[in-house]
Every structure is written in C-alpha cells, then in structure tokens.
Design a protein around this ligand. Structure first.
Ligand SMILES: [Fe+2]
Length: 475
C-alpha cells in the first residue's frame, strides 16, 4: 500500500458534494447517453472497430478474472491483491466490472487505485465503468482504457433557465490539473503483455469458445438507444456469451431487468434463446450473490460480483430468496448472512459505543438470521447459538431480511437509509474484510466459475479459499 492513504468517508459532505452528478442527472435529465455517444464517435474516428469486438488470440482453454467495484485505494482494496494475483497467476486477462475509481473517477486517483494495486498482474485488464467512473464524465476512464483518448470539446451552452442549463451550472467537472501525474502512474503497468485497448466504454471480447459482452450502464443504471442497438447486434449467433454489466440483473432477491432507451430491457436480450447467454455478471453491489435462473428450460447464472475492493454491502438484509424460481436452496452469497450481521453488529456497537448490547458472535448472528428468515444457513450455528430477545432486537435493528416483519415494532426505518447512507460508511480498517473476486476457466465444453474470498488475513492471501463454484455447460 502507499505510505499515506486518504481514507474515503462517504459521510463527508465534500465526498457527497463531489459525487452529486447522479442526483443532478435524475433531477434535470440524464446526459450520459449523449456523452457516451460522443466518446464512442471519438474512438471510431481514431480507428476503433465498428463492431467494438476485441479479438483475443487465446487457446480453446483459457481463464480470465472478474473483479468488481475495486477502486477505493485503502486497506479493503489492497487486501484483495495478493489473493487475486495468486488465484489469477496464469489467466489471460482480467475484467473490472464497474467502479474502477472512487469517489468520482478522477485521473489522479488511477495511480493508487488502479496502476499500483495491479502492477504485478501480468496480463491486460479491461473494464466497464460504474456510476462513480461517470461522475467526471468518464474522461479519465477513456484515457486509461481507450488509447489515451483526449477530452471532449465543451458542448454549446444550453438556453438559460432550462433544465439543461441548471444541470450545466451545477454539474461537477474534473479539476483543471487532474491527470498531471497519470503518465507517471502508467509506468507501473507498462509491460507489453499488460496493454489493453478498448474500442469504448462498452465492448465485446471474442476469446476461444466464448464471447464476453461488457456494457456501460452509466450514471443511473440504464442503456442508451445506440448502445442497445449494438448490444442486440453483438448478442446474435450461436457462440455462448457472458454478459458483464455495472448494474446486476438479479440482486438482493429482486429482478432488475435494466431498461434500454426506446424500449426493451437488457434481460430480454440475455433471456432470448437465440443469443445463447449462459451467465450475466454485475458489479455495483459490494458482495457476491448467485441466482441460477431457469429460462425456458436452460439455466442462466446471474451473478453479483462487486466485492472486489470497496466497502462491504450487507447480505443479511437480503430477504428469504424467491425470485425467478430461485429459492434459498439454490441461492448463494458471500459473506454468509450470519457473518454479515455479526460484522455490522460489531461496527455499530463500536460506532454507537454500545458494544455489549450490539455485538453478536458469528454463532449468535447465524442462529438469529436462520430464525428470522426461516432458512437453513450456509454454516450450522455453533453451540453458543442462543436466540434471545437481545439478538432478535439487534438483528431487526440492523435490517435482517430487508422487510420489516410484524413482530419487530422497534425497527429503525432503514432499508433505504441503511444501504445508501450507513452501509457505504462501513469501511473498516481491520480484517476480516469479506472481499471476493471471480476466476472463470473456459473450455469448449464448459465454464467453471469460482468465487474466491479475500479477508485481509495472511492465511487466505497465501491460499485464497473458494466460497462458491459452479460449472456452466456450453454444449
Ligand atoms: Fe460500487
């Protein structure tokens, strides 16, 4: 890690103010589609392939890594690096699935949050942007991943007092000096084997027997019409496909099909049997979840893999799963809900100076989660696992199961507040961090997908544990 790390606080008004463009886009109209289109045109002028397909010469059997929501630059990001390098040592490339750089995707943050942590990863790294990468109009992302694309020319000023005018007045823009140190940082990943050039923020990679399709869901988790038309085009044909997206399609027990401007959804495209998608992997939510959804007799693996660096999002707030015919029997997550609840009980005990009341052991948390959600937990609760009025109350205050149930009258009105305000403030600086990343091993017959954990503890750095594994047949 660098000697000095500025700890990122999501409760700091300066951080929140710098990250205001998402809110402005939802109030005054979202300019992302237009800006993205200008970036893509810029890349096309520079000779990027019109179909935006990267053709990688790899053998029939190859492997790649997927890691989501990486760029916080602190202990929780760096704790993932040793295990990532170990588990990924013979892989052909890696993909960062959203939020490469927090808080606002600045060029000067790429040194400590991208080039430095992955300097020893010997292969190329491709990326799709998350909402945070868009907070400065994607300029730094385009420079780093798309052949050092220079900034866009300013747009003509909108008519005064229109919505676009208000938006332009309040819009957050990169600092004029931003990016002065980028060339220096770039040297950390300057080996020929590490270079990757993308045709734009969305792309496809043809590699061996599969096509990997990466989409850019922008500031608000949607797709513009131009990108939608491209997505329909590259999704055609019998080659098995894997979608990588900023906004996961199944997450926290819910289905979010992801609207395309002008009609239809990304999930319509994924489910279409003509398109042969076998998996859809999304970032944005900072943990691991897997939903094997039955789509007319085929199984499509919908995965959330945003646990690659930034603060952990709770899993104990996920209600008992019943979505797309996926139930608790087939649903998988990391961290396990009991561990997530124990983690947050420690955090709040510490923060509210009520340790004795709040803190639950892993066993207590596991037992109370099992009772409250009526599920069998991934790990059996230990011998001290008594469910008491206190453990029930703590579980309920911390949002176990997401929805308020009839028995808990004292519940904080928090699901929204909890995930938006408290959870992002939950970065802690001592292990375990409950981080994770994916390795996919592809053969002509099957894709083996594994979720590895990174905790920040030495034992798991040396031998990263597999928390979930599934083999996806291609034939
Ligand atoms: Fe994120």
């Amino acid at each position: 890690m660098p000697g000095h790390v500025e700890k990122l606080s999501w409760l700091n008004p300066r951080t929140l103010w710098a990250a205001r463009n998402g809110v402005l886009a939802s109030w005054f109209g979202d300019p992302t589609g237009r800006t993205r289109s200008r970036w893509v045109a810029r890349r096309a002028e520079a000779g990027a392939p019109a179909d935006k397909v990267i053709r990688r010469e790899v053998p029939d059997r190859f492997s790649f890594m997927v890691i989501g929501d990486t760029g916080e630059g602190d202990d929780s990001q760096y704790s993932v690096v040793p295990g990532f390098l170990k588990a990924g040592q013979d892989t052909d490339f890696a993909v960062i699935a959203s939020d490469v750089i927090y808080p606002v995707g600045s060029a000067d943050d790429y040194g400590t949050k991208f080039f430095r942590p992955y300097q020893d990863y010997p292969a190329p790294i491709y990326a799709i942007p998350g909402n945070h990468d868009w907070y400065e109009d994607l300029g730094a992302f385009m420079r780093v991943f798309c052949a050092d694309t220079p900034p866009l020319d300013p747009e003509p000023a909108p008519r005064p007092l229109t919505r676009a005018w208000w938006r332009a007045r309040l819009w957050h823009r990169p600092h004029p000096t931003d990016g002065q140190h980028l060339a220096e940082a770039w040297k950390l990943r300057s080996a020929p084997g590490q270079q990757a050039v993308q045709p734009g923020p969305y792309w496809a990679i043809d590699a061996g027997p599969v096509r990997i399709v990466g989409i850019d869901t922008g500031l608000l988790g949607t797709i513009d019409a131009e990108q939608g038309a491209w997505l329909r085009e590259v999704s055609r044909g019998p080659k098995p496909k894997i979608l990588i997206t900023g906004s996961p399609l199944y997450v926290d027990g819910e289905h979010h099909p992801c609207a395309i401007e002008g009609g239809g959804t990304v999930d319509d495209i994924v489910r279409d049997p003509e398109h042969h998608y076998v998996a859809a992997i999304g970032g944005d939510i900072h943990n691991y979840q897997r939903y094997p959804v039955d789509v007319d007799g085929r199984t499509v693996q919908y995965v959330v893999a945003g646990g690659g660096g930034a603060f952990m999002h709770a899993t104990h707030t996920i209600p008992r799963v019943s979505v797309g015919h996926v139930t608790e029997r087939d649903f998988r997550c990391y961290p396990l809900r009991g561990d997530s609840l124990a983690f947050y009980s420690r955090l709040y005990g510490h923060r509210l100076r009520l340790r004795r009341f709040f803190t639950l052991t892993e066993s207590e948390a596991t037992a109370v989660v099992a009772e409250q959600l009526g599920i069998e937990t991934g790990r059996a609760p230990g011998p001290d696992a008594r469910v008491t009025r206190r453990t029930r109350l703590v579980a309920s205050l911390l949002g176990t199961g997401g929805r308020p149930d009839r028995t808990s009258r004292f519940r904080l009105p928090v699901r929204k507040l909890y995930t938006q305000l408290f959870s992002p403030g939950s970065a802690t600086y001592s292990p375990p961090f409950f981080k994770c990343f994916l390795r996919l091993d592809v053969t002509p017959q099957a894709v083996r997908l594994r979720c590895f954990a990174a905790t920040g503890n030495r034992a798991q750095e040396l031998d990263p544990p597999v928390e979930d594994e599934v083999t996806i047949p291609l034939k």
